[in-house]
Ligand binder design. Sequence first.
Ligand SMILES: *[C@@H]1O[C@H](CO)[C@@H](O)[C@H](O)[C@H]1NC(C)=O
Ligand SMILES: *[C@@H]1O[C@H](CO)[C@@H](O)[C@H](O)[C@H]1NC(C)=O
Ligand SMILES: *[C@@H]1O[C@H](CO)[C@@H](O)[C@H](O)[C@H]1NC(C)=O
Ligand SMILES: *[C@@H]1O[C@H](CO)[C@@H](O)[C@H](O)[C@H]1NC(C)=O
Ligand SMILES: *[C@@H]1O[C@H](CO)[C@@H](O)[C@H](O)[C@H]1NC(C)=O
Ligand SMILES: *[C@@H]1O[C@H](CO)[C@@H](O)[C@H](O)[C@H]1NC(C)=O
Ligand SMILES: *[C@@H]1O[C@H](CO)[C@@H](O)[C@H](O)[C@H]1NC(C)=O
Ligand SMILES: *[C@@H]1O[C@H](CO)[C@@H](O)[C@H](O)[C@H]1NC(C)=O
Ligand SMILES: *[C@@H]1O[C@H](CO)[C@@H](O)[C@H](O)[C@H]1NC(C)=O
Ligand SMILES: *[C@@H]1O[C@H](CO)[C@@H](O)[C@H](O)[C@H]1NC(C)=O
Length: 656
Amino acid sequence: MHLHALLPLAFLPLYTSAEPVGIPQPNDGLAISARARPDAPDGYAPAVVPCPQNKPTIRSASELSKSEKDWLAKRRPLTVDPMIEFLKRADIEGFDAEAYINRVASDVKDLPNIGIAVSGGGYRALMNGAGFVAAADSRTPVSTNKGGIGGLLQASTYLSGLSGGGWLVSSIFANNFSTVTTLRDGREDSSLWKFDSSIFTGPDLPGIFDSARYWTRVARQVSSKKDAGFETSITDYWGRALAWQLIDAPEGGPSYTFSSIANDDDFSNARTPFPILVADGRAPGEQIISLNATVFEFNPYEMGSWDPTTFGFAPMRYLGSNFSAGTVPRDGKCVRGFDSLSYIFGTSSSLFNAFLLQNISSVDGVPDFLIDAATDVLEGISNAQNDIAQYRPNPFLGWNERSNPTADADALNLVDGGMDLQNIPLHPLIQPMRAVDVVFAVDSSADTTYSWPNGTALRATYDRTYGDIANGTLFPPVPDDRTFIAHGLNNRPTFFGCDANNFTSDAAIPPLIVYVPNAPYTAWSNVTTFTPSYELAERNAIIRNGYDAATQGNGTLDDQWPVCVACAVMSRSWARTGTDVPAACADCFDRYCWNGTLAEASASVASGGGGDEYQPTFKIGDGQSDDESAAVMAAVAGRPAWAALVVGLVAAVAVL
Ligand SMILES: *[C@@H]1O[C@H](CO)[C@@H](O)[C@H](O)[C@H]1NC(C)=O
Ligand SMILES: *[C@@H]1O[C@H](CO)[C@@H](O)[C@H](O)[C@H]1NC(C)=O
Ligand SMILES: *[C@@H]1O[C@H](CO)[C@@H](O)[C@H](O)[C@H]1NC(C)=O
Ligand SMILES: *[C@@H]1O[C@H](CO)[C@@H](O)[C@H](O)[C@H]1NC(C)=O
Ligand SMILES: *[C@@H]1O[C@H](CO)[C@@H](O)[C@H](O)[C@H]1NC(C)=O
Ligand SMILES: *[C@@H]1O[C@H](CO)[C@@H](O)[C@H](O)[C@H]1NC(C)=O
Ligand SMILES: *[C@@H]1O[C@H](CO)[C@@H](O)[C@H](O)[C@H]1NC(C)=O
Ligand SMILES: *[C@@H]1O[C@H](CO)[C@@H](O)[C@H](O)[C@H]1NC(C)=O
Ligand SMILES: *[C@@H]1O[C@H](CO)[C@@H](O)[C@H](O)[C@H]1NC(C)=O
Ligand SMILES: *[C@@H]1O[C@H](CO)[C@@H](O)[C@H](O)[C@H]1NC(C)=O
């Protein structure tokens, strides 16, 4: 029996006081402004440009890029102050965070190195992931109040996203690293995050648009790429359409590139984490994406793979150039603008190509020529392959011929990063060279019948570390999906790999994983992956649900939660410096770490509800909260003390 679960009473003042409701407006004065830039030379069309004096080359993946190393040399020291503030707020009893962090700051290898990974799962993943990011962001007002985890984002080194999670990361970086609240609230005359208008019908900007004009503009952008001599695929249409919701610039910012993030002041001065998107490689002739598929990453400097197959990186800014065996031909020209931000987040989410194809023709006003154009793309490719994003020319042509399955191919075909079941972008964060200590893994996968996660994504990454493809990556043991469900590991935060001593001493130690599964805290956040539009109140409720998952309802479910988050952050650093784990943390680890036990063969996987499927019930309140936040807060604030105790008891039972 763990007492902490019974302590929400102590926390009542937080929600009985006149706290503002909802995630309030930021008072940081930040307006949305462009950050990744309209940097491409010719709108959406890639263009041939003279090569820079130092011609771009493919490099081996045997070390971190010089650019990343230089960036890290700035970033790690800049995480020191936010980390101290974060840890001081958490106030781990018996631990002097300021003294400790200041002591290890001189040698960053002992400083906690934090990553955040946001899973795929369409808009569900974007919204739920956004709630986590809002909670972790010290600029979100109240995130640094008692019960909050604000500042974790500012203390982080990496922020990775995949598919729907990649939309979130891209949108944040496309818009000047604006806060989630700022993006959410947008502007009157902007289609940013206005998910109530589906991308099929287009933005609802009265007097400016109708579906036909919107699609005509999308189609014109895509044709400009084709006219410039580059192959186009459904992914181009998908990415361009989505951009209207994610990039706050006219027509979805056709000339925004991913590499332009590297030129941004805040990023280049390391005042933000390092964004990474993930996609899977599809070898020629391959249909099914297995765990052996090569995993590719996109970051502001490069795209490529750490896997022993491709084992190389191309400079992001010059994707589209004719690399051959690692170099552009001596008299060859270079290409810029291929790394369109929308093409990259479209690639990472190419699962939705079929969604676009199958739905576009049913929307009134979509011009026939567009439907024809979209269908034309399929000519010469089988139906089963309409989910690929083509990277032609293949940057890895002639590269690593002995091990690279696409060394001979003119095009590199990439697909949605979740196709290999690794639906959380952990791969970039478990690369031993990045030496990440702790990963907050936000999982909005739809694994079960009712679109809740069941741990499959984590398990896939764990399993992959046993294949030849692992190439030195390690991952803490995680159990099977049945155990996740039977033991509730998919219903509350669970830590994996807590005990650094459980790994063989001479091998590197994988990061501790703080698994934050999507569960119903205050909203039904299990909307299906292919739901195309959301009322803004529902959007806000799901973002808030993600916020409540991240904070355990601002401490309602466990007032020690912020302490436990801080303990997870510190854990590997303490192991390295031989520091004793404070008692408060030992207690957290007792409660949140997976203890290595598997479910009995006979265990029912039903929990938290009736039926033989996983059907969780609300963890906080009764879910009558889907309008503008007031309802939930009123319900919670008006609840008598005994009701909070009941919530506490329910939580305790779930833990036992
Ligand atoms: C937690 O705080 C956030 C931000 O103020 C708010 O939106 C959310 O409703 C709160 N959750 C609970 C359960 O009180
Ligand atoms: C981006 O936001 C920062 C504050 O974080 C601000 O100083 C800067 O001017 C903004 N950049 C643009 C292009 O608006
Ligand atoms: C990873 O793969 C590369 C290329 O095959 C190889 O040179 C390297 O030794 C591998 N690293 C590990 C740790 O196995
Ligand atoms: C790349 O190679 C293709 C095929 O040979 C050619 O058509 C194209 O012009 C080349 N691009 C550049 C930038 O040299
Ligand atoms: C839209 O696409 C989804 C996913 O491919 C499909 O299940 C659904 O039937 C389509 N809806 C319409 C109206 O075509
Ligand atoms: C877990 O999710 C996977 C899909 O990701 C599904 O195939 C499997 O049946 C699920 N298992 C349980 C017990 O729900
Ligand atoms: C993946 O690679 C392993 C070797 O590491 C091999 O045993 C297995 O059969 C491969 N699986 C698939 C689906 O290709
Ligand atoms: C481990 O956790 C499971 C599920 O919460 C529990 O049933 C089991 O008793 C625990 N085992 C130990 C040794 O604590
Ligand atoms: C410790 O490592 C062993 C061997 O890899 C594994 O079976 C076990 O589940 C691990 N224990 C925990 C709690 O992760
Ligand atoms: C969401 O989950 C609940 C049970 O946890 C279920 O009753 C409901 O049908 C689910 N909604 C969707 C859209 O799957």
